[in-house]
Design a binder for this molecule. Structure first.
Ligand SMILES: NC(=O)c1ccc[n+]([C@@H]2O[C@H](COP(=O)([O-])OP(=O)(O)OC[C@H]3O[C@@H](n4cnc5c(N)ncnc54)[C@H](O)[C@@H]3O)[C@@H](O)[C@H]2O)c1
Length: 390
């Protein structure tokens, strides 16, 4: 099997999850890593036995022995860095959200076409067996005509960098662009849009909020400049409606699960709780009727490994990195266009922000026309000023 040589830019928290995945794929070799935080970079290199370490990405991108560069930076650096990666002739795998605004995401998508390089955005929910099964059931017509979906994400108290020990960049608009919708919402929204076959967005109305205090003071006084909650209602072609709620903080214990409903059946996105060491797994419940009787079917995806065992290609869908590497190595003939799904996710998310700002419903055309860049043009570091060329 062809070896795929990977470089990583950003050796913070999420790079460790990426590394765990890469380490389980036999034909991946991590050949280089880059971070502007030298002690962190060196500790990371020692942990993973990677010796070619860079504090300046431009030096790393000069190499001609790297097939794919994994960008694990904060949101407003996704476009700038991914652009440089593809411009240097390498394929790019970038963290979510696709960028800090729809305009930036579109620029990135177009750049992959201009440079003729592959681009994938890490939105792993699309690769759950839950998603594969739901998509197949819809394609097989088991839900009939799809007409409504709900995207739900609840953290009762989970603002990264405030309530959770993650970097503060998550709550700073200069770095993140936006908050809960870009952090967790993009997983849930992208999953459902992908399963429904990427319907065409027509219009959106919505609002974002920052209402929950932090230790008795407004969260803004603790530096938070993004939303903790986003709520939206979108209309897609074919009269499909989609409601979205995503929270990092709310005085509520449950919001119910996401679902997709059609004329013949409905799918609820559940969690198989696991048993005796078997981990909890995203699963599905199917609701339909037969002969006038209501039928509920618990698909229990977590306990059924038969599908994976009988299809030798199935492991390329186990997670997004398996999929990406399989495709780059020429083992997987086609791959899911995760960048296109990510772009459509950005469009509806940006619609929620724009609708809240303008105080009215907005069309997909308005969202695309009014979206502005949040991406960093320059970055001052102890290694000098980086000028990004997108
Ligand atoms: N932490 C999580 O649980 C998590 C989960 C999923 C996705 N993500 C996404 O991953 C991204 C990064 O999150 P994180 O938690 O790993 O952040 P982090 O702050 O832990 O890591 C970011 C790293 O980027 C480095 N960096 C900044 N500018 C750089 C540059 N020009 N060149 C090289 N390195 C540079 C920083 O020094 C830092 O080490 C975000 O977009 C986030 O949405 C994070």
């Amino acid at each position: 099997m062809k070896e795929i040589r990977v470089g990583i830019i950003g050796t913070g928290v999420i790079s460790n999850q990426h590394m765990q995945r890469y380490q389980s794929i036999p034909n991946v070799k991590i050949v280089a890593a880059c971070d502007i935080n030298k002690p962190r970079l060196e500790a990371w290199g020692a942990k993973y036995n990677v010796t070619d370490l860079y504090t300046d990405f431009r030096e790393m991108l000069k190499r001609d022995d790297i097939d794919s560069v994994d960008v694990c930076l904060h949101n407003n650096l996704h476009l700038p860095m991914a652009y440089e990666v593809m411009k240097s002739g390498k394929n790019c795998y970038s963290e979510k959200p696709m960028a800090g605004s729809y305009a930036d995401a579109k620029r990135l998508y177009d750049a992959s076409k201009t440079f003729g390089k592959e681009l994938s955005i890490h939105l792993d929910f699309m690769f759950f067996r839950q998603s594969r099964m739901a998509k197949k059931m819809i394609e097989d017509g088991e839900l009939g005509n799809i007409y409504h979906a709900r995207s739900v994400g609840l953290r009762r108290r989970g603002r990264p960098g405030l309530d959770m020990p993650l970097s503060r960049e998550f709550i700073l608009s200069d770095w993140a662009g936006h908050g809960a919708l870009y952090d967790m919402g993009v997983y849930h929204i992208s999953q459902l849009l992908y399963i429904m076959g990427l319907p065409k967005l027509e219009r959106v109305s919505g609002q974002v909020y920052q209402e929950i205090d932090y230790k008795g003071r407004p969260a803004s006084e603790a530096g938070m400049s993004v939303e903790e909650m986003g709520v939206g209602f979108a209309k897609y072609e074919g009269n499909i409606t989609f409601d979205i709620i995503e929270t990092w903080a709310i005085h509520m214990d449950e919001l119910g699960p996401g679902f997709i409903v059609g004329s013949k059946g409905g799918l609820k996105f559940t969690q198989d709780p696991g048993f005796m060491g078997r981990p909890a797994t995203p699963s599905l419940k199917f609701f339909t009727t037969k002969g006038g009787d209501d039928i509920d079917i618990d698909l229990k995806l977590g306990s059924n490994a038969m599908g994976a065992m009988s299809d030798p290609m199935e492991h390329y869908y186990a997670n997004e990195q398996e999929h990406w590497i399989g495709y780059l190595a020429g083992e997987l003939p086609e791959r899911i266009d995760t960048a296109q799904v990510a772009l459509q996710t950005m469009l509806v998310s940006e619609g929620i922000f724009l609708s809240g700002k303008l105080g009215r419903e907005v069309t997909a055309e308005e969202i695309a026309a009014l979206s502005v860049s949040n991406a960093m043009r320059t970055q001052d570091t102890e290694w000098g000023r980086f000028e990004y060329t997108f």
